[in-house]
Design a protein around this ligand. Structure first.
Ligand code: ACO
Length: 324
């Protein structure tokens, strides 16, 4: 029987035009550039314009990924959108993006794992492709977290931003793909930790959208250990030594978390892709945006071994190793 792997063909990212700096935030809540920089590494974030939706951001990122891959709307038969800030309660933002891209074939659906959404979406698409059910997937992380923030809560509103990133993942025969493709994946969730990071509204509870609530220092404590364990599990599954990773592309929540994970895994600083200073935490968009940044500037090249990871509300967490 022919064996398949899923290979990254193209990467794209999009950030809304409007930039909100730490100094801008200091005029809105009781905070300072010094506090935000020292605790998180964030200097600025992008905010969607009035009327600019998650699907708008996702559509631009997807178009850029398709252009990078040299494929068109007729070539995509699966769209998985990771988002916690969909355009509507339903239909799925994936179907809105599908329509905006002029794609009429295949399937499109959303996936909800908050900040870990992109890693979960890569795992989902990879399984469909490897089983031979679809040929070519758009895996998108797109968020407008600015719409669910409590802008009077300094402990959360300084951390997040809007944006979108996407990859084109293609089914290829393993024998022809060389060593390329998704190698190892590890996913975890534990609902006991719901209270640490959640939105206090929803269709079935309050019939409102709600606002993000987080016990940041508790999430921080879980992050480093859980991510490191997940990465080791993914590496073991793939038969890869963590030392052989070329690029570490983590979820961009906090510079202190990503540096601590890199240190615990024994990865040199120069292998860490960090966009946290420029984008803040864009939830499910953060990993593909960082991938796009490091691909566009020529750091990540074909053949490189890339590690992605994330932790988010749920709690959910996971990691994946991909030979680009
Ligand atoms: N400016 C100034 N002071 C502030 C601010 C602010 N913006 N926010 C909080 N403080 C104050 C607090 O009130 C507290 O004051 P107190 O000591 O008088 O009570 C003090 O700063 C320390 O607060 P902590 O929350 O303990 O600060 P900490 O060092 O933990 O940093 C932070 C907070 C940056 C949120 C950190 O905990 C963090 O990054 N956590 C992880 C978040 C994360 O990774 N999320 C990932 C998933 S996101 C998702 O899934 C949607």
């Amino acid at each position: 029987m022919t064996e398949y792997v899923s290979v990254v063909r193209g990467v794209g990212g999009y950030l809304p035009e409007r930039v909100l700096t730490n100094d801008d935030l200091a005029k809105m809540v009781d905070t300072t550039d010094e506090w935000i920089t020292a605790r998180t590494g964030i200097k600025k974030r992008h905010i969607a314009a009035d009327g600019e939706t998650t699907s708008d951001l996702g559509t631009v990122a997807a178009t850029r990924a398709m252009n990078a891959a040299g494929v068109g709307p007729g070539d995509i038969d699966l769209i998985v959108v990771a988002t916690a800030t969909p355009d509507y309660t339903f239909p799925a933002t994936a179907t809105v993006i599908q329509h905006k891209l002029g794609i009429t074939q295949g399937a499109a659906f959303d996936l909800q794992a908050v900040c870990s959404g992109f890693v979960f979406a890569v795992a989902t698409a990879d399984n469909f492709l490897v089983r031979g059910q679809f040929e070519r997937a758009l895996v998108i992380g797109a968020e407008t977290f600015s719409r669910i923030l409590d802008w009077s809560d300094r402990s959360t509103c300084v951390l997040f931003g809007d944006g979108a990133g996407a990859i084109v993942l293609e089914r290829q025969e393993k024998a022809k793909a060389g060593d390329r493709g998704v190698k190892g994946i590890h996913l975890r969730s534990d609902g006991r930790f719901r209270e640490l990071l959640y939105v206090d509204g929803g269709p079935s509870t309050t019939q409102t959208v709600g606002h993000l609530r987080m016990v940041g220092n508790q999430v921080f404590k879980h992050a480093v250990g859980k991510i490191s364990e997940s990465v080791r599990a993914a590496a073991q599954q793939a038969g890869i030594d963590v030392k052989d990773i070329d690029w570490f592309v983590p979820h961009q929540a906090n510079q202190r978390i990503l540096s601590a994970v890199a240190e615990r895994l024994g990865l040199d600083d120069h292998k860490v892709v960090s966009t946290v200073a420029d984008h803040g935490n864009t939830s499910a968009a953060s990993v593909p945006l960082a991938l796009a940044a490091a691909t566009d500037d020529g750091r990540i090249k074909q053949g490189d071994l890339v590690l992605i990871e994330a932790i988010g509300g749920g709690l959910t967490w996971g990691s994946a190793l991909i030979r680009i």
